[in-house]
Design a binder for this molecule. Structure first.
Ligand code: ZN
Length: 209
């Protein structure tokens, strides 16, 4: 079974991919890690740090090489972090024809932006009352003050915002492309605990096999 795991940053794709391969015979392709390694060698790492995406061509080449390797030895895969653009999505479908593999399912992780921020950053604390500062609302949920304290740097906040924007810009198009190829799309509520998501995912995937 070959799976594509799709969802916003901070939705737990990596963690869940590792859980899935404990009961599905497949290797996890951690695309972020793979690309960071590739990017270091070609000095694109600045873009990664700023939350930008790498050029499609490079990403596609790196993923294709990895897929070739796995398919050569008859392994299945769990793709975590690819495709991230419509161009990459078309490239994946081309690879599936060329390398002769089927994509069994697109697993789509649903999680709110607020939850992503809560997970990726330390909680922000209201300067006036010590309550929880809501990043999405831009104010304290207790007293409404916009002043807050945090330890995370602005670069990180901006980087997450950018990655979320990039994700929501392509989310619908990518899902529709998979649907147009009659590939099953499995939506998972990823806002729950790691164990709850893992159990739900396992039930649904085992039913599907
Ligand atoms: Zn407050």
């Amino acid at each position: 079974m070959n799976l594509v795991i799709f969802g916003p940053p901070g939705s737990g794709k990596g963690t869940q991919s590792l859980q899935i391969c404990s009961y599905v015979s497949a290797s996890v392709i951690d695309c972020g890690k793979l690309l960071r390694t590739a990017a270091l060698t070609i000095t694109q790492s600045e873009d990664l740090r700023a939350g930008k995406l790498l050029p499609d061509e490079l990403v596609i080449d790196v993923i294709k090489e990895k897929l070739k390797e796995l398919i050569k030895v008859g392994d299945n895969f769990i793709l975590d972090g690819f495709p991230r653009s419509v161009v990459q999505c078309h490239a994946l479908f081309e690879m599936s024809s060329e390398l002769e593999f089927e994509i069994s399912c697109l697993v789509k992780f649903e999680v709110s932006e607020r939850e992503v921020f809560a997970r990726l950053l330390e909680r922000f604390v209201c300067k006036a009352c010590g309550g929880l500062h809501d990043v999405v609302l831009g104010r304290c949920i207790s007293c409404g003050s916009v002043e807050y304290e945090r330890r995370s740097d602005d670069l990180k906040v901006e980087s997450i915002k950018k990655r979320l924007m990039l994700y929501s810009a392509v989310e619908r198009d990518i899902v529709n492309l998979f649907r147009s190829r009659s590939i099953k799309v499995l939506s998972i509520d990823a806002g729950r605990s790691v164990d709850e998501v893992a159990a739900d995912l396992r039930t649904q995937l085992l039913m599907f096999i």
